[in-house]
Write a protein of this length. Structure first.
Length: 153
């Protein structure tokens, strides 16, 4: 009787001795996203503001990056805080990376040329808005604008 029972169990499993579970549903999470910011640590007169962000999507589904925002604050010196900036977005497929570039105008003084000496430090917060929420990174930059002749509009 035991032999018959064992045969019935083996034939019920079919020829494949491995049981396959159904695929888990794809549920992306904000923790699956990361950014690596690349921006200069210093700017001089006539240097344009710029940065690039490599956005990595380690999730199982595409992610839409709606926009990238940057806000800056002056941490040292008499500079005027920069205006906030924004860049358009992209869609990044699952298990892939995309590069977002950000460019701004040259650093400037108002009114007229910058005094000498004119040194400042600024702190920037980069926010990448995704369909699941924001991902942020920060960067600091030193501004060396002694006698800069670029006049702000």
């Amino acid at each position: 009787m035991r032999l018959v029972l064992a045969f019935a169990v083996l034939t019920a499993c079919g020829n494949d001795p491995v049981h396959h579970l159904p695929d888990a549903p794809c549920v992306p999470a904000l923790a699956d996203y990361s950014i690596m910011l690349s921006t200069p640590q210093a700017y001089a007169c006539h240097d344009p503001f710029h940065a690039s962000i490599v956005f990595t999507n380690a999730s199982c589904a595409p992610v839409t990056v709606a926009d990238v925002k940057v806000t800056g604050t002056v941490t040292n010196g008499a500079c005027t805080p920069p205006p906030p900036g924004m860049s358009g977005g992209i869609t990044i497929s699952a298990h892939n990376s995309g590069t977002l570039t950000f460019a701004g105008g040259m650093f400037c003084c108002k009114p007229g040329a910058c005094p000498t000496p004119f040194q400042c430090d600024e702190h920037y917060i980069w926010t990448v808005d995704t369909d699941l929420g924001p991902v942020t990174a920060t960067a600091d930059a030193h501004l060396s604008l002694d006698a800069c002749d670029v006049i702000c509009p």
